[in-house]
Design a protein around this ligand. Structure first.
Ligand code: PLP
Length: 303
C-alpha cells in the first residue's frame, strides 16, 4: 500500500449527461483523484513545495493542523511517510470516543496526534510560527492547516499550467481554504470564468482570504458560490446522496460527499438553470477526497 504518486494516472474525462447535452454545455473532469489512493487530488500539489522546503532545510519533523475528517491530515501523514519525515498532527476538537476513519488511518501511517479544544486549536493555528507552538509541540516544520499559503497556491498553479486549460471557457473547483481556487486563478487566463463552490456554510470571509493568498483582488471573472453547502461542512441530506448515486450510475465517476459531490451537484444545477452560456466548455477539478466517504454509514453511497 506504500505507493508513489502517479502523475500519469491523471486524466481528463468527459461526463455528459442528458441534461448537459440538452443545454449544449460540455463538462469534463480533471481526475486528480486518480493520483494516489491516499494522498488524493489537490492535497499532493498543495503539499509538495512545503515538503521540498522542509527537506532543503533539514527538518526531520513536520507539524500540521486539521479536523477529524480532514483529507489534508491523512494526505500529510502519508506524504511524511513517503518523504521519511516524522509528523505531528494537531487535531481540532477534543478526542472523540470513536475515532474517524481519517484519524485511524493517519495514526496507522505513523502520525502523532494531539487533540485540542476548538478555542485552543484556533489560537495555536493562528500562531503557528510562534514560540507558543514550539513550546508545546517541539521543533518542527509547520505546514499550515489545509496547506493554505503561497507554497500551496504555487504547487497547484505550477501543475495546472502544464495542462491544456485554455480550451475551456469555465474552470470549476470545490473550495475549503481557497488555496486550490487561488492556484486555479493564477493558472487561468483573464477571459476564463473561474467558479469556486464553497463546502462551508456562509463562509463569506473566503473571498478576502483568497485575495490575501493571491496578494491582489479577485478578477471579475472569478465567482464564489455559497448555495451548495447542504447544511454546512461535511453535512449532507437525502437529496445530495440520491443525486450522487444517480450521477454515478450515469457517468461511473465517483465523488465524495464533502467537496466534489457538492461542486458537481452545483454545476449541474446551474446548467439546469441556464447559468452557463450555450457552447460553454467546463473543466471541473476532481480534487479527490474519496476516503472521506468511509465515514458515511455503509450503503449510503452506491459507488
Ligand atoms: C481539501 C479539499 C478541498 C479544498 O481545497 P482548498 O484548497 O482547501 O480549498 C477540495 N476538495 C477536496 C476533495 C479536498 O480534500
Amino acid at each position: 500500500m506504500h505507493s508513489e504518486i502517479n502523475l500519469n494516472a491523471v486524466c481528463i474525462q468527459p461526463v455528459g449527461t442528458p441534461l448537459s447535452l440538452q443545454h449544449n454545455v460540455q463538462v469534463e473532469v480533471l481526475r486528480l483523484d486518480l493520483l494516489h489512493p491516499v494522498i488524493s487530488g489537490n492535497k499532493w500539489f498543495k503539499l509538495r513545495y512545503y515538503l521540498e522546503d522542509a527537506q532543503k532545510n533539514h527538518h526531520s519533523r513536520l507539524l500540521t493542523f486539521g479536523g477529524a475528517y480532514s483529507n489534508h491530515i491523512v494526505a500529510s501523514a502519508y506524504a511524511a511517510k513517503l518523504y521519511q519525515f516524522q509528523i505531528t498532527g494537531v487535531i481540532r476538537g477534543e478526542e472523540p470516543v470513536t475515532w474517524s476513519h481519517t484519524l485511524r488511518e493517519a495514526k496507522a501511517l505513523g502520525m502523532q496526534l494531539h487533540f485540542l479544544s476548538r478555542s485552543k486549536y484556533n489560537l495555536y493555528k493562528r500562531n503557528a510560527d510562534t514560540v507558543l507552538i514550539k513550546d508545546k509541540f517541539g521543533k518542527g516544520y509547520i505546514i499550515p492547516e489545509g496547506g493554505i499559503g503561497p507554497q500551496g497556491v504555487k504547487g497547484i498553479a505550477d501543475w495546472l499550467r502544464t495542462l491544456p486549460l485554455s480550451k475551456y471557457t469555465v474552470l470549476a473547483t470545490a473550495v475549503g481554504t481557497g488555496t486550490t481556487l487561488a492556484g486555479l486563478v493564477e493558472a487561468a487566463n483573464v477571459n476564463q470564468q473561474v467558479i469556486g463552490f464553497s463546502a462551508m456554510k456562509n463562509n463569506y470571509a473566503l473571498s478576502g482570504e483568497i485575495e490575501t493568498l493571491l496578494n491582489r483582488s479577485l478578477p471579475g471573472a472569478v465567482s464564489l458560490i455559497h448555495d451548495y453547502h447542504f447544511g454546512g461542512y461535511a453535512k449532507f441530506d437525502a437529496r445530495l446522496i440520491s443525486w450522487m448515486n444517480e450521477f454515478y450510475a450515469t457517468t461511473q465517476l465517483p465523488l465524495d460527499f464533502v467537496y466534489t459531490g457538492k461542486m458537481m451537484f452545483g454545476i449541474f444545477d446551474l446548467i439546469a438553470k441556464g447559468f452557463f452560456a450555450k457552447g460553454s466548455k467546463i473543466l471541473a477539478i476532481h480534487t479527490g477526497g474519496l476516503q472521506g466517504n468511509a465515514s458515511l454509514p455503509p450503503g449510503t453511497l452506491t459507488i
